[in-house]
Ligand binder design. Structure first.
Ligand code: SF4
Ligand code: SF4
Length: 460
């Protein structure tokens, strides 16, 4: 029977990185199967996609999620009894790259329930060819399954967007990495797109600039980034055009009000109303450009919204969302919470490689992945006297098709001893991000526990 998660789940996220089939997803996050995205099966709790769950048959002697769950809410689904034959067949379909040798690990096998087994590893103890999720941190038995190739069908839970991988210890360059400077590759990725679609989008923005300039600074900056060509649209010019536009619009509107109240057109009657419109436009432009009046350079000014900028923003919101889609970000289970506990949660997710952002650039993607910063408190840490600052991980990055995978390993043997006994501290992680387009070369840089990767779109 497949495993299910009951509503006793406390959303601690410990199980998700343990699953060898990437069958576990955070509540309200859509899941992927065979490259197709599906609606989340649970809005509130982590959930398991039954058709991707093999009860860990083929990988471990026990259900890995159940082993780490602190509240024992990963249980067999009584509604779905399944045989070992069916489950290993499912594992073969999910992992076409993997050969499951005779005597594969299984919860059905004699003596199961204790030791876990692992597949051949590419990074430390982590299960895996590309496309296969990280194995539980405590999985330690010798490899029993041969990895035949690197193609895979198992997708990682991601927010809308996609994944990529890089390689090398921090600062090292892999063979697949571009031999250019990081900044140079960023410039290439940021280069505006040519082509009919891009130019049409730019022309549309150019024509609407006097109106779109009424929006707040943030939306305008987002449009500028989405258009990718400042000649077509930029925050400063669109704001200036809108200011000029409002010197026509507001007098016309106030004149309209005057006429509605009985003033006669093109006579002395409506002059006062027109004057009111001009005054409103003048006061508004002074308020919007006040930073410039105080000497702030134009490029650094916050160009605020006009009087109708906010309702206009609501009106064009769907269009803005489409224009400014910027990919995915890693999941931190507690959101909207600030304070020490949130940082602790975030630090924990860093250990799973789950704290990252993906920025969609015109010709590439920029990924920023945060690495753990502190060694969690434990008696072993104190005994070893190694302090609490986390040493740099060994990192590897690889790009395949439209996905990028980052593998991280705790290199220090003393630290691995600590991590080996705690399910909340995996010694290795693997993060695979699927992106929207086939990928080409990439460049990475690492500093201060932040791995940055810029990868070019193949079409570029
Ligand atoms: S039992 Fe194993 S395969 Fe199924 S969801 Fe749990 S970890 Fe994944
Ligand atoms: S380990 Fe258990 S409590 Fe934590 S998210 Fe998974 S199912 Fe929920």
């Amino acid at each position: 029977m497949a495993t299910i998660i009951t509503d006793d789940c406390i959303n601690c996220a410990a199980c998700e990185p343990e699953c060898p089939n990437t069958a576990i997803y955070q509540g309200d996050i859509e899941y992927e199967q065979d490259g197709v995205k599906h609606a989340a099966l649970s809005a509130d709790f982590f959930y398991i996609v039954g058709d991707k769950c093999t009860e860990c048959v083929g990988f471990f002697d026990e259900e890995a999620c159940a082993v780490v769950c602190p509240v024992d809410c990963c249980i067999p689904d009584p509604e779905r009894p399944e045989s070992e034959e069916l489950l290993i067949e499912r594992a073969r379909v999910l992992h076409p790259e993997t050969e499951f040798a005779e005597g594969f690990p299984s919860r059905f096998s004699e003596g199961s329930g204790g030791d876990s087994a692992a597949v051949d590893t590419a990074v430390g103890d982590t299960a895996s060819a590309d496309g296969v999720a990280a194995a539980p941190a405590q999985a330690a038995a010798p490899a029993q399954v041969a990895v035949a190739s690197s193609s895979g069908r198992v997708e990682k839970a991601v927010r809308p967007g996609n994944t990529v991988v890089a390689s090398g210890n921090p600062g090292e360059r892999s063979e697949a990495e571009l031999g250019l400077g990081y900044r140079e590759v960023v410039d290439m990725a940021e280069e505006p797109l040519g082509g009919v679609t891009s130019n049409l989008r730019g022309l549309g923005a150019l024509l609407l600039a006097p109106l779109l300039g009424a929006l707040g600074h943030g939306p305008k900056a987002a449009i500028e980034a989405a258009v990718g060509n400042r000649a077509f649209f930029n925050v400063q010019t669109s704001t200036a055009l809108n200011v000029a536009h409002n010197f026509i619009l507001y007098p016309l509107l106030t004149m309209g009000v005057g006429l509605a109240l009985g003033a006669r057109p093109f006579t002395e009657d409506d002059k006062g109303w027109i004057f009111i419109g001009v005054v409103i436009a003048l006061l508004e432009s002074m308020a919007r450009l006040r930073q410039g009046l105080r000497g702030t350079p134009v490029a650094e000014m916050n160009m605020g919204a006009s009087l109708y900028g906010f309702p206009l923003g609501l009106l064009v919101q769907p269009l803005l969302e489409r224009l400014t889609e910027t990919g995915s970000s890693g999941a931190v289970p507690v959101e909207g919470f600030h304070g020490g506990e949130f940082e602790e949660k975030r630090e924990r997710q860093r250990r799973y490689g789950d704290v990252y952002t993906v920025e969609d650039l015109p010709r590439g993607y920029r990924i920023r992945l945060e690495l753990p910063r502190v060694i969690p408190p434990s008696a072993t840490r104190d005994e070893l006297g190694i302090g609490d600052e986390m040493p740099d991980y060994d990192l590897s990055v690889s790009v395949q098709g439209d996905s990028i995978t980052v593998k991280g390993s705790v290199a220090d043997e003393k630290l691995r001893a600590i991590y080996g006994v705690s399910s909340a501290c995996p010694a290795d992680f693997q993060t695979r991000i699927s992106l929207d387009e086939p990928l080409g070369g990439y460049r990475q840089r690492y500093s201060d526990k932040l791995l940055e990767i810029v990868v070019l779109k193949q079409a570029s």
